[in-house]
Design a protein around this ligand. Structure first.
Ligand SMILES: [Zn+2]
Length: 334
């Protein structure tokens, strides 16, 4: 796929992301990873969300009704997303789960109805499907029914078995439909259930250091400056602006807790600061600088914080743990 097509793909994803922001739940399960490791793999087709038949949408946004192949977003009644990749490429589980079904009897490029596949049940009630896998002789499927798998674990190698006209992985996200009493395909791109780094959850962090790891002593009515650094151990770039991937340091537990130590430089009473830098890549370290005002009564306090990705996703606080600032408000008035 050409570079132009790739950038067009990115803009399409951003558009999709913008349209679903308002409807996404606060505690979103946006912790699916890409189902492969090779960063050069790109999307060729997505899920057809258009009920009209004989209609395709290419990367430029043009609609076609001529029945020919147009590389782009969707073709009729396509229920998954297609990732072109060379035969026997590694395929990874998109999320922790249990293997509930598989087929491994087809040849790597043997044409047939279903071909080789793996189906995984996830704790959030969804399932993922990985189609067109290589044969067992080619190491096509590395798991068995009943096996527990973790996000990013290699489960198979890609092939072109089943209804396949070129080596690729067909990946599906399935959601249970109570009305149909069956799993129905959903569009993982529309719901932003992705990280950009295979094997990683989108937002995760590890504490690195802070300006004062001991107790902050603040004179009553005075404001001190505190900073803390976290390593970006998730799969998405952190940003300090915008509606997607903006990361801030917020008071936590409960999430809407307004700090009694709010200083004048806080953007919100429950959010101490956004990321200092414009952006921090995965594996980079981001600093968060904020003021603490010693306004409460004299005494010892702890203020708890956690990282938040703006608008949609709270960080997994079980992985990060609460970040505390022990505070002593001294008896001296400024
Ligand atoms: Zn497909």
């Amino acid at each position: 796929m050409s570079r132009g097509a790739r950038s067009a793909a990115v803009s399409v994803l951003l558009e999709l992301a913008a349209t679903v922001l308002s409807t996404a739940s606060a505690l979103a399960t946006d912790d699916y990873t890409l189902p492969f490791y090779d960063p050069s793999v790109t999307l060729s087709y997505g899920v057809d969300r258009d009920v009209a038949l004989n209609r395709q949408l290419d990367w430029t946004g043009q609609v076609w009704n001529d029945g020919l192949t147009h590389y782009g977003r969707v073709y009729d009644q396509h229920t998954g997303v297609d990732y072109p990749m060379v035969l026997r490429s590694e395929v990874a589980a998109a999320k922790d789960g249990t293997v509930v079904d598989l087929e491994g009897g087809f040849g790597t490029t043997q044409f047939g109805q279903f071909g080789n596949f793996v189906r995984i049940q996830h704790a959030d009630g969804r399932q993922t499907l990985y189609y067109h896998l290589a044969s067992a002789a080619d190491g096509g499927i590395a798991v068995g029914v009943g096996d527990a798998v973790v996000a990013g674990q290699r489960i198979a190698r890609s092939g072109c078995s089943g209804n396949c006209h070129g080596a690729h992985l067909h990946f599906e996200l399935l959601v249970w439909s109570t009305s149909a009493e069956a799993f129905k395909p959903a569009d993982p791109l529309a719901e932003r259930r992705w990280t950009t780094w295979p094997g990683r959850v989108p937002f995760d962090a590890a504490y690195v250091r802070e300006s004062n790891a001991g107790t902050e002593v603040i004179r009553r009515g005075a404001t001190i400056t505190h900073w803390v650094e976290f390593r970006n151990t998730g799969g998405r770039t952190w940003r300090n602006s915008g509606t997607t991937s903006r990361v801030g340091l917020a008071t936590w537990n409960p999430a809407a807790h307004a700090s009694v130590f709010r200083a004048s430089d806080w953007p919100y009473s429950w959010m101490a600061t956004a990321l200092d830098a414009t952006s921090v890549l995965p594996d980079g370290v981001g600093r968060f600088t904020f003021g603490l005002k010693g306004s409460p009564d004299v005494g010892s306090y702890t203020e708890s914080f956690n990282l938040q990705s703006q608008g949609v996703h709270w960080f997994d606080y079980r992985r990060l743990g609460n970040y505390y600032v022990p505070i002593v408000v001294s008896n001296t008035t400024e």
